[in-house]
Design a protein around this ligand. Structure first.
Ligand code: MTE
Ligand code: HPA
Ligand code: MOS
Length: 782
């Protein structure tokens, strides 16, 4: 046997490889759009935004602004050569407000000047006259007014009313969950450059170059082919740049088209937080029937989300929320209703989990309430409701759960985290500790992988092999820090059996790979990995034909291994074969395409098989709270997460840790606060607290489940990992509730919404103490 065969290649799939830009990231040399050398004549832009949540625009006077030295243009809704519409799903979502503003912070005009300072100064002098109108701000107000951005959605299975009526026990409850700012380090930005042929080249920090291309072409009235959108990397996106990068790019392109000069629009942090949408806050109400052991028999649940002023992605977010109410639990008879409430607040959008986290957290609070009511351990009630063998294996929307590994994950966690012993130790601790209380909780996640709109589950790639054996890889996926580029490069390196270092990945651009989907729904590597694989396989087959002819052997006996190509007892380097193919006029370039198989979804009946497979994970978190101040710490978190056969365990670990901590931020400290006029008052890190390095669990044990190939034939049997771990942070929120519950000997339901800020923890603790003191006569409202 040849040594080379044993050596293999450097960077093979399944091995831990650092992010392709890791050293650039940590040395500050990675170029983000604002770091790219500015083209001559560049104009800098600043938005003029509405101070009112709802008002009619009476007039806009730009005279004073135009008089500021260096100002080149002040543009409004009247200036679009095409349509003033950037809607991603439905129609009618203005880029710049036209007659009416419908949230505080909505862009009304854009000022372009030689310097950013001049643009900022001039923006103050654009005089907009408003006639204020009554705003609808809250979910409750929108529900009362039946004000929705899209028709309500409903999933029904069986007869929920009959099941509720017949159930031995019945409880009602409610939960409110807060929104979340994406807080990507790089704010929204775009630079637009008019080409000599009238086309537009846009550098956009976007997860969705194709949608930006469409948006720019709509507002400028250009064919798609005249607009090119490029992104090398984003400094984080988290869903915030799935649809909302379009508006920023469209405005920069408007300035470039109107002035004939390149234009850059970069939102400052405060503007970014005020102008762009966030995770949807939800109000969740349930009416649940169950048996004496806590088994759920019937459920009527209503999810209401604050969608903001326009639909944006809210209908799809609500669909995903409704499809995650079940999470890991079998719900026999259900009626799940979802309302995307239209309010005079910023349009909420995709955020890691895409409604899934909100869908599943209500169910967890409900199960906890059931357990407290029956005086049973919460863990036992959870386990009793897990999906099982048919007939307990069908989701409310009709998809079978065929790959359930929750019992396996749960057993692993139980053993590795010594849950039983720690539970006993915590109970002992709490009995002896009046002020500091500890809590422990586990949470299991099942997250559906695929865009919940089947059409979107497609991807393309473009691969070139050069005559020195180096490989250029391009695909429709975008890099936002999640490590997509290195994973897809590992796939291509493996197909050619060359070292990872020989594969170069270039910026994502709409003129290399067209008609792409957003890099979202965690499916970036599933889709683009497979498309790139298909392209590379094509080229490899052509190269194998050349090698077979050269050595006079059948093509089946040609093998690619460790940077060489073997045929019988002869071999060539990969580079030599590339050159040989070129000499023989064989193409060394190919496109690849992939569509996810076996998907179906009927939006009318809300039934089908929307997900190719499920990704699973489980976490246990232990917390300590100070019941006199409400402050808390996460003492320990254990995670067992399923990445299928991981393409890159180092990257996947980073996604698990990062997702978990981001989820903790959502559920514990990140609080968005709007005043009575509908103005966001938490629009900077001074008032909006994201987790810092000292907030991560003091003892953080992340374990990637081994020997767990995806049962579906995904790329090298891997599983998507981008979003699911965020939801594992629900374990922290549940642990905080557990700690609070100990104040009343676990007899009373805990009234604690999300985020569980110290103030809320303190209030919940006081609430339980009151009820314990009054002998538990009246139950607190949940
Ligand atoms: N990781 C980093 N570092 N930065 C990000 O912006 N976005 C998350 C997740 N992980 C994000 C991230 C979201 S919302 C999604 S959908 C996935 O990455 C998208 O990438 P993938 O499909 O390649 O996993
Ligand atoms: N996730 C992210 N983006 C989407 C989805 C989804 O499920 N559906 C449509 N856009
Ligand atoms: Mo992620 S919320 O699907 O961009």
């Amino acid at each position: 046997m040849n040594d080379a065969l044993i050596l293999g290649i450097a960077g093979a799939p399944g091995t831990a490889q650092h992010h392709d830009s890791a050293s650039l990231h940590v040395t500050g040399r990675a170029q983000f759009i604002d770091d790219i050398a500015e083209p001559p004549g560049l104009l800098h832009c600043k938005l003029v935004t509405s101070p009112h949540a709802h008002a009619r625009i009476i007039g806009i006077d730009s005279t004073a602004a135009l008089a500021v030295p260096g100002v080149a243009a002040v543009l409004t809704a009247d200036d679009f050569p095409g349509a003033n519409d950037i809607a991603p799903i439905l129609k009618g979502e203005p880029c710049l407000a036209a007659d009416v503003v419908d949230y505080a912070g909505q862009a009304v005009a854009i000022v372009a000047a030689e310097t950013l300072a001049a643009a900022r100064e001039a923006a103050k002098h654009v005089a907009v006259q408003y006639q204020p109108l009554a705003p609808v701000l809250s979910i409750e107000a929108a529900l009362a007014a039946e004000s929705y951005v899209a028709p309500p959605q409903i999933i029904v299975r069986g007869d929920a009313d009959a099941a509720l009526a017949a159930a031995p026990h019945r409880l009602k409850g409610r939960l409110r969950t807060g929104g979340q700012d994406h807080f990507y380090l790089e704010g929204q930005i775009a630079t637009a450059m008019l080409r000599d042929d009238g086309g537009m080249h846009v550098l956009s920090s976007t997860q969705h170059p194709t949608e930006v291309q469409h948006g720019v072409s709509h507002v400028l009235n250009l064919p798609f082919a005249a607009v090119t959108v490029e992104v090398r990397r984003m400094g984080g996106a988290f869903g915030g740049k799935e649809s909302q990068a379009t508006q920023i790019a469209a405005m920069a392109a408007l300035v470039a088209a109107r002035t004939g000069r390149p234009a850059k629009l970069r939102l400052a942090r405060d503007d970014d937080m005020i102008v762009t949408g966030k995770r949807h806050d939800f109000l969740i109400n349930w009416d649940v029937g169950f048996d004496g052991e806590g088994r759920i028999l019937g459920l009527d649940m209503r999810l209401a989300a604050r969608a903001g002023n326009v639909a944006d992605l809210s209908p799809a977010v609500m669909t995903r929320a409704l499809c995650h109410v079940d999470n890991v639990y079998f719900l026999p008879a259900v009626r799940l209703r979802g309302y995307a409430c239209k309010t005079n607040t910023v349009s909420n959008t995709a955020f890691r989990g895409f409604g899934g986290p909100q869908g599943m957290i209500g169910t967890e609070a409900m199960i906890e309430q059931i357990a407290r009511h029956l005086a049973l351990p919460v863990e036992a009630v959870r386990a009793r409701n897990y999906y099982g063998a048919p007939p307990r294996a069908t989701t409310p929307y009709g998809q079978e759960v065929e790959d359930n590994i929750i019992p396996l994950l749960s057993a692993k966690l139980e053993a590795s985290a010594q849950l039983a012993e720690r539970r006993a130790a915590i109970d002992r601790f709490n009995r002896a500790s009046p002020v500091i209380r500890k809590g422990l909780a586990t949470f299991a996640v099942k997250f559906g992988i695929s865009f919940n709109i089947p059409t979107l589950n497609q991807a393309g790639a473009l691969v070139h092999v050069y005559t020195d054996g180096s490989v250029h890889l391009n695909h429709g996926g975008t890099e936002m820090g999640q490590g997509l580029f290195v994973k897809v490069a590992q796939v291509v390196a493996d197909v050619f059996q060359i070292d990872l270092g020989h594969v170069r990945v270039s910026a994502t651009t709409t003129d290399k790979v067209p008609n792409t989907s957003a890099t979202a729904a965690s499916s970036g590597s599933d889709l683009n990995g497979m498309a790139a694989y298909n392209a590379a396989i094509d080229i490899r087959a052509r190269m194998a034909t050349v090698a077979a002819a050269q050595f006079g052997v059948p093509i089946e006996s040609v093998t690619f291994s460790a940077n060489r190509v073997y045929a019988g007892n002869r071999s060539l380097s990969f580079a030599e074969l590339a050159k040989l193919a070129w000499q023989q006029r064989v193409s060394l370039s190919a496109t690849g395409f992939y569509r996810t198989p076996n998907l179906s979804w009927d939006a009318k009946t809300m039934r089908g098989r929307p997900f190719y497979y499920f990704a699973y994970g489980i976490a246990a978190s232990e917390v300590a709270i100070d019941t006199l101040t409400g402050e808390y710490r996460v003492l320990r978190t254990d995670i067992v997460h399923d990445c299928g056969r991981s393409l890159n365990p180092a990257i996947d670990r980073g996604q698990i840790e990062g997702g978990f901590v981001q989820g903790m931020g959502w559920l514990t400290m990140e609080e968005l606060w709007w005043d009575a006029e509908g103005r966001l008052r938490t629009h900077a890190p001074s008032t909006y607290k994201i987790p810092g390095s000292r907030d991560i669990p003091a003892d953080f044990r992340v374990h990637i489940l081994e020997d767990s190939p995806n049962p579906e034939p995904t790329i090298f049997r891997s599983k998507a990992v981008g979003e699911p771990p965020l939801m594992l942070a629900i374990s922290v929120w549940l642990a905080l509730r557990d700690a609070v519950a100990s104040l009343g000997d676990n007899r009373f339901p805990v009234a604690l919404d999300a985020p569980a800020t110290p103030e809320r923890v303190l209030a919940a603790a006081a609430d339980i103490r009151r009820h314990a003191a009054s002998g538990g006569a009246a139950l607190p409202s949940v």
